[in-house]
Design a protein around this ligand. Structure first.
Ligand code: ATP
Ligand code: MG
Length: 253
């Protein structure tokens, strides 16, 4: 593994819904093994950026490289191979209520592999124990708490042993303690399994705990990319407000 290798490179990405520009000439690199957090006020384009990276949407212009390969010029089959190495947990990404927990977690394996059911069950058990939910194997989603559901979704996102994990608002709607536990889990996945983790979140506490670097999107523009220390030094009004670094401003009012 190369040190400081860029596992994702985005160059001059511009994206629209109909005629409205949502991502405005964005460039950024995500390094292998880091926790990269995407920030910005609601509607800034965070989810849209994730959807472009995983190929759900096509940009107007720009370039996206994953594992050093240009994914936008790729045949579908080649892109499918890349997708197998990417785990995704979407904003509000729901579990299927009619299926037991283990079946929910098994879905990507059923879709992408031809493994026998016994092997699939073993992999699912292993992933559920990684998120401390071995006992929930045969439960239905309706029998789980909010935090447990998030962890099941996390188990599903890592069931294919991804190299990159995308997580859109993992702790939204959780109490602070459960959210902190989820952060611990995210850090564990990064440290133990070496997964590169790309997270969208608004939770300040969470950002401080997990972020190696952050990207701040403002109305579709990359206005900052770097460490939290560098973010503070950047002294940008909107970021100061977001992080609660605007005491100075308030005092003078
Ligand atoms: N499918 C769509 N069709 C048209 N416009 C859309 C679509 N999805 C999102 N938008 C618009 O694109 C902009 C960016 O949306 P996006 O969901 O990427 O924001 P976000 O940063 O993820 O916001 P949040 O923090 O609320 O999740 C918003 O103005 C939104 O209304
Ligand atoms: Mg969003």
């Amino acid at each position: 593994m190369m040190q400081n290798e860029n596992i994702i490179q985005i160059r001059d990405l511009t994206a629209k819904y109909d005629d409205r520009i949502i991502l405005d000439n964005i460039s950024l690199n995500i390094r292998r093994g880091e926790v990269f957090v995407i920030l910005g006020s609601s509607g800034g384009g965070k989810t849209t950026l994730l959807k472009h990276i995983i190929g759900l949407l096509k940009p107007v212009s720009g370039e996206i490289n994953i594992f050093g390969k240009n994914t936008l010029s790729m045949e579908l089959e080649e892109f499918e191979e890349i997708l197998k190495k990417i785990g995704v947990q979407f904003q509000g990404g729901a579990l299927l209520n009619s299926m037991e927990v283990w079946e929910n977690v098994a879905m990507p394996l059923e879709h992408h592999t031809r493994l026998p059911v016994s092997t699939i069950r073993n992999i699912v058990k292993q992933k559920l124990s990684l998120v401390n939910l071995k006992h929930a194997y045969r439960l239905f989603p309706s029998e789980l708490s909010g935090g447990m559901k998030k962890r099941v979704a996390l188990a599903r996102a890592i069931v294919m042993d991804p190299e990159i994990l995308f997580f859109d608002e993992p702790s939204a709607g959780l109490d602070p303690i459960t959210a902190a536990e989820l952060d611990e889990l995210i850090l564990e996945l990064q440290k133990k399994l070496g997964i590169t983790i790309v997270v969208v979140t608004h939770e300040l506490e969470s950002i401080k705990r997990i972020a190696d670097r952050v990207l701040y999107l403002q109305k579709g523009k990359n206005i900052f990319c770097g460490t939290l220390e560098e973010a503070k030094a950047a002294d940008n009004d909107e970021m100061n407000q977001f992080f609660g670094w605007s005491e100075k401003v308030k005092r003078h009012k």
